[in-house]
Design a protein around this ligand. Sequence first.
Ligand SMILES: [Zn+2]
Ligand SMILES: [Zn+2]
Length: 254
Amino acid sequence: MSLALVTVGSGTVAPSAARTSPAHWVERGDVRLLMDCGAGTLHRLAEFGLEWQRVSHVALTHFHTDHFGELPALLFALRHATKREEPLVVLGPAGTVRLLRSLADGFGSWMLDPGYSIAVLDLKPGEPFPLGGGVLLDVHPTPHTPESVALRVSAPEGRLVYTGDTGPSDELAAWAAGCDLLLAECSLPDALALDLHLTPRRAGALAQRAAARRLVLTHFYPEVETVNIRAEAAAAYSGPIAVARDGDRFEVGK
Ligand SMILES: [Zn+2]
Ligand SMILES: [Zn+2]
């Protein structure tokens, strides 16, 4: 068994020919987890040959449109472009159930009754959710929006932490401590640094403080691509660093 990560969408809200909006695919046994579901996700999943038809869970980090805007399209595709019968579980921070209900007000009541069973749950920090096969998902708040969280997938093979969107946070570093792979947002260069996002250097510092075994950077605004992302992160982090592209695949842990 292996725990695999595919960085499906390494971009942001800014349209890009090379990077679609945030989406990351995690696979282990029967668990097929989609983390975030921004614009472009569905076509990228098809392009990379990922079994989107058999997605078991979707987990959202927060309610910025570029992180969940294509969720209705995924639910619609599962309804009309597959013969799906397996249940789908949609997870996210506090407010996810309310969000899905209001989306259904606009898109149609089929969203919560799509012809396959769908469960929608708000996750709470400190209460890990079992994805099956001994894999757990849990969340930790991040300084970005009132609801925003980071996601942690814990499997026998290793632990993956995805920051979602975040500013610098010592609490987040402590929670992520010892993870095998830290998938960290890396929005902006130092010259445009904000408290609500990370720069390459700050993403590196987060990985160093967490003693992550490996750092994968994602969520690049066009402005950050004008600097040497890897070198700036390496100034703060001594472990291996990857600058993700859409479609890159990583094995987590052993
Ligand atoms: Zn974002
Ligand atoms: Zn955001």
